[in-house]
Unconditional design. Structure first.
Length: 354
């Protein structure tokens, strides 16, 4: 069964159904997908998979590793690396092969240091620019030493976003998760992105509607860790309870730790877990240049508070939201009670209710 319908184009009051483009042609090839994704990284909804990897900059295509050539390499200002693999699907075996291939690429890159990555990217991109100079063209506020350290750390930890990009991805995610678990992992997140392409019949314009079909959290039971360029496998027993976190969640707590210290960070984590277990209030990472953890109602309609990575706590229009559902006073009472808890007062002099 199709998971999408054809986009309808309205022009001068007249509706036209778009035409679904098959990528199984001589023109729309894997190379064509690569080029489109490289020149237009905003096509890939990366922030919806892992907010930490957002704002990525295309670095090179066809990066050579021991396991083969990586289709696409992106890096963002924080030194997080996205590996893109473009595939036109033919059969289930091709899908499983693509997953195994991108896992091998991740293992190869985790053995590299910053200098090796930069050298190979220059060779693949046929340029002499440093990685930092490429990123600095887009982000003038970054420091070279910080950028290099971040890239090096992410390589060492194997913190990658692995994006498999295709035309008609279909996969049972339980089977895919089992496959990944059998093959171990580093600290990566895997995302499957489909790029359905349609044509406007009136002028031939192409319309691309990217969709995230699935994303995995890190599978914690089997972990490959890198020590002195050697892989060490550690396995958790089934009886152990392991709290799985995405890379972005881990990065958020790392930055929070630097801002407010270990004790307060641990206390906050326990507080969030209690909210989730006892009141069904769920933590959800926000998207943007700065990470935040939003405490959301079960139906995602209310945001009770937003903790920023620097330790600040923000309240996004809670009064306006409760007013929408029928009671402005509930939101006002909520903020007053919060102020009382910290022996403060509710101040609405700067911007009301926010």
């Amino acid at each position: 069964m199709k998971q999408y319908s054809l986009p309808v184009i309205i022009k001068d009051g007249e509706a036209f159904s778009s035409e679904k483009i098959s990528l199984n042609t001589n023109f729309y090839t894997e190379n064509w997908i690569q080029e489109i994704c490289f020149k237009n990284p905003e096509l890939l909804p990366i922030e919806e998979i892992e907010p930490t990897f957002g704002g990525m900059i295309p670095i090179c295509r066809e990066l050579q590793t021991n396991s083969g050539y990586i289709d696409l390499i992106y890096i963002n200002k924080f030194g997080f690396i996205t590996i893109g693999e473009c595939k036109l699907w033919r059969n289930p075996e091709a899908r499983r092969k693509a997953v195994g291939q991108i896992l091998d690429y991740a293992k190869d890159l985790s053995k590299w240091n910053y200098s090796k990555l930069e050298k190979e990217c220059k060779k693949a991109g046929k340029y002499n620019k440093s990685l930092f100079s490429i990123i600095h063209e887009y982000y003038l506020d970054i420091e070279e030493s910080d950028f290099i350290d971040n890239v090096q750390k992410n390589l060492h930890k194997g913190r990658f976003l692995l994006a498999i990009i295709g035309d008609g991805i279909r996969e049972n995610m339980e089977e895919l998760a089992e496959y990944i678990q059998r093959n171990g992992n580093l600290n990566f997140t895997l995302g499957l992105i489909e790029l359905p392409i349609f044509k406007n019949p009136t002028d031939g314009t192409l319309i691309i509607t990217p969709r995230i079909l699935a994303k995995t959290k890190e599978i914690e039971r089997v972990i490959f860790r890198v020590s002195n360029n050697q892989f060490e496998e550690s396995t958790y027993h089934k009886t152990e309870e392991v709290k799985s976190q995405t890379i972005s969640e881990k990065v958020f707590y790392e930055r929070l730790l630097q801002a407010i210290g270990e004790q307060k960070t641990n206390e906050f984590q326990m507080f969030v877990e209690n909210l989730s277990d006892q009141l069904n209030i769920n933590p959800k990472l926000g998207r943007g240049q700065r990470l935040s953890l939003n405490l959301k109602s079960a139906d995602d309609s209310l945001n009770f508070a937003s903790l920023q990575e620097n330790g600040e706590v923000w309240f996004y229009g809670i009064v306006n939201k409760t007013e929408e559902i029928g009671s402005k006073q509930i939101g006002i009472d909520y903020l007053n009670n919060l102020a009382n808890l910290v022996t403060g007062n509710l101040d609405t002099s700067t911007k009301e209710w926010n």
